[in-house]
Design a protein around this ligand. Structure first.
Ligand code: SF4
Ligand code: SF4
Length: 487
C-alpha cells in the first residue's frame, strides 16, 4: 500500500487515521444512499433466514436461520466491533424496514421521559439470554425465525409511534450490545477540528440540514441526540453517518483512537451525561460482562449437572424456574456481591470517600473489556469452528427450491480445528483481562493518587476471578451448537 493511497497517514503522526479519507471507502460513506445499499443485502438475507427457518429443514445445522444467526452473524459482529466499530448498526436491516414504513407512517410521539434510559434494554438483553437458553434457540430454526420476525415487528411498532431513533437508543438489546462493545473499537465517528464547530452557525449535524427559509429537513441530523462537538466515544452511536451527510463543513470523520480510552474518563457526554451518574448504563455494563460468562456457561456440559442438581434440591420439574434461579445468581447476586465487596475494600484501604453505589457504578465500566473478551472468545469459537458450514447450508437451501444451482451440499465442510481456535480464545481473554486492568488502574489513579494500588487491588481481584472463570469455561467440553459436529 503506497502512502498516497492513505492521505490521512501523510499528515503528522499525531493526526488520527480517518477511514473517510480512504479512497473508495470514504466516497462510499459520503454517498447519501450508502446506508440503504449496505442494508439491502442484510434484509434479503434476513428474509431468506425467516423463510428457511419456518419452512426449511428442522435440523439446526442444515438451516440458514440457525447457522447464520448463531454461528456467522454473532462471530462476524464481535470481530468487526473489535477491528473497526459499530458497522452492524450502520447496515442494520431493521432500520431499512423502519425507513420504508416511515414513508407511510409518521411517528407522532416523543419517547416518554421516564423511559429515556437503558433499563428496558437491560431487561430485554437479559430476557433474550434467558429465552435463548430456555428454548434452546441455537437448535430451533422455527423459534429463531420467529425471533427475527418479532424483532422486525417491535421495531415497526416502537418507531411507528415514537419519533427519532427511540428503538435504537432505548429498546434494542443488540444495539446496546454493540454500543457497549464499541467502546473498545478502534474507530469513532468524530469531528475533525473543534474550531470549525465553534465557528459553525447552523449545527446541522444535530438539527439536520434544512431547506432555505423553511423548516423542511433535507438531511436528517443525529437521531440519537449526539451533538458532534460534544460527543465522547462510541456509546449510543449507530454509525448511521447522518451527521456526516448533514455537516455542511465536511468536518466529521471516522477517526482512529485508543480502544477503551473512553472508559477511563468521565466528561459530560452529549446525549448521555456523566457515566458516573448513569446507574442504568452501569447495569448494562454489568449484564454485558456477567452475561458473557453466563451465556458461555449455558453452552458447556457442567450446566446440565447444575440444572439437574438444583431441580432435585428444590423439587422443581420445569426448566424455567431453575434457569431463573441460575440467572438471578449470575446476573444479580454475583455482581452485587463481587462488586459491592470490591467497592467496600477499595474504600476502606485507599480512603476514597463517598457511598458504595457510586463507586460500583464508576468501576463497572472497567469490567467491560473482560466481558467483551469473553463474548469474543465464545462467539469466535462457534464462528471459526463452523466457518465453512455456510457453504453446504446455502447449497442445500438453493437445492430445496428445485435445482441444485450451487451444486450438491458438501456437508463435510465445517471449519477450523477446535484446538487452534482455543488458542485464539485464550488470546481474546488475555486481551480483555489486560484491558480491564488498564481501565481500572487508570480509574484508581484518579480516585486515590496517594494510594492507587490499594484502590486498584480489590477491583483487580474481581477481574482475576472473572478471568479465571472465563478460562475455565473455554476449556470445558462444549456443545457444538448448530454445527453437524454435535451429531
Ligand atoms: S459537526 Fe459540522 S454541523 Fe456539527 S457543529 Fe461541527 S461543523 Fe457544525
Ligand atoms: S448521526 Fe449520531 S448515531 Fe449517526 S453516526 Fe452521527 S453521531 Fe453516530
Amino acid at each position: 500500500m503506497t502512502p498516497s493511497l492513505i492521505p490521512a497517514l501523510e499528515t503528522h503522526d499525531s493526526q488520527p487515521f480517518d477511514l473517510m479519507l480512504v479512497p473508495g471507502l470514504g466516497r462510499l460513506f459520503r454517498w447519501r444512499h450508502a446506508r440503504p445499499v449496505l442494508q439491502a443485502p442484510l434484509l434479503i438475507i434476513s428474509i431468506a433466514m425467516i423463510l428457511h427457518g419456518l419452512f426449511g429443514p428442522t435440523l439446526a445445522p442444515k438451516n440458514l436461520a440457525t447457522t447464520l444467526s448463531w454461528l456467522h452473524f454473532r462471530g462476524l459482529l464481535v470481530l468487526v466491533l473489535l477491528s473497526a466499530g459499530n458497522f452492524f448498526c450502520l447496515a442494520c436491516p431493521f432500520m431499512l424496514v423502519r425507513q420504508m414504513a416511515r414513508r407511510f407512517l409518521k411517528p407522532r410521539f416523543n419517547w416518554p421521559r421516564p423511559l429515556r434510559n437503558k433499563w428496558i434494554s437491560v431487561a430485554l438483553f437479559a430476557l433474550i439470554l434467558f429465552v435463548y437458553e430456555l428454548f434452546d434457540l441455537w437448535s430451533s430454526p422455527w423459534w429463531t425465525a420467529w425471533l427475527i420476525v418479532a424483532y422486525f415487528l417491535t421495531v415497526l411498532v416502537v418507531d411507528g409511534f415514537f419519533k427519532h431513533a427511540s428503538f435504537c437508543k432505548f429498546v434494542c438489546p443488540i444495539g446496546q450490545f454493540n454500543f457497549v462493545a464499541s467502546t473498545l473499537s478502534p474507530f469513532e465517528v468524530k469531528v475533525r477540528k473543534q474550531e470549525v464547530c465553534t465557528s459553525c452557525d447552523t449545527k446541522d449535524c444535530i438539527r439536520g440540514r434544512r431547506a432555505p427559509s423553511s423548516d423542511l429537513v433535507l438531511i436528517r441530523g443525529c437521531e440519537l441526540a449526539l451533538f458532534q462537538p460534544r460527543k465522547v466515544g462510541n456509546l449510543d452511536c449507530t454509525f448511521c453517518l447522518d451527521c456526516v451527510h448533514a455537516c455542511p463543513h465536511d468536518n466529521i470523520g471516522i477517526l482512529s483512537r485508543l480502544p477503551g480510552e473512553e472508559l477511563l474518563t468521565d466528561p459530560l457526554r452529549s446525549g448521555i451525561g456523566y457515566f458516573s451518574q448513569r446507574k442504568d448504563l452501569a447495569a448494562l455494563a454489568i449484564v454485558f460482562t456477567f452475561g458473557a460468562l453466563l451465556n458461555a456457561f449455558g453452552m458447556v456440559s457442567p450446566v446440565y449437572a447444575v440444572e439437574s442438581w438444583l431441580g432435585r434440591l428444590l423439587h422443581l420439574r420445569h426448566e424455567a424456574p431453575v434457569l431463573g434461579l441460575i440467572f438471578t445468581c449470575f446476573l444479580i447476586l454475583e455482581p452485587v456481591l463481587l462488586l459491592g465487596l470490591a467497592a467496600w475494600l477499595a474504600r476502606a484501604w485507599s480512603g476514597v470517600r463517598g457511598a458504595l453505589l457510586p463507586l460500583v457504578v464508576r468501576y463497572s465500566y472497567g469490567i467491560v473489556p473482560l466481558g467483551f473478551g469473553m463474548w469474543l472468545a465464545h462467539y469466535s469459537f462457534h464462528f471459526l469452528t463452523g466457518l465453512y458450514t455456510i457453504v453446504p447450508v446455502t447449497q442445500n437451501a438453493v437445492a430445496s427450491l428445485g435445482r441444485p444451482l450451487l451444486g450438491l451440499p458438501r456437508w463435510t465442510l465445517t471449519g477450523l480445528a477446535p484446538n487452534l481456535v482455543q488458542v485464539i480464545e485464550v488470546g481474546f481473554l488475555l486481551l480483555g483481562f489486560a484491558g480491564s486492568l488498564t481501565v481500572i488502574h487508570g480509574l484508581a489513579e484518579d480516585d486515590a493518587p496517594e494510594k492507587p494500588l490499594r484502590a486498584f487491588l480489590p477491583w483487580a481481584t474481581v477481574c482475576l476471578i472473572l478471568w479465571l472463570a472465563s478460562m475455565w469455561l473455554i476449556f470445558q467440553p462444549m456443545e457444538m451448537r448448530a454445527t453437524l459436529m454435535s451429531g
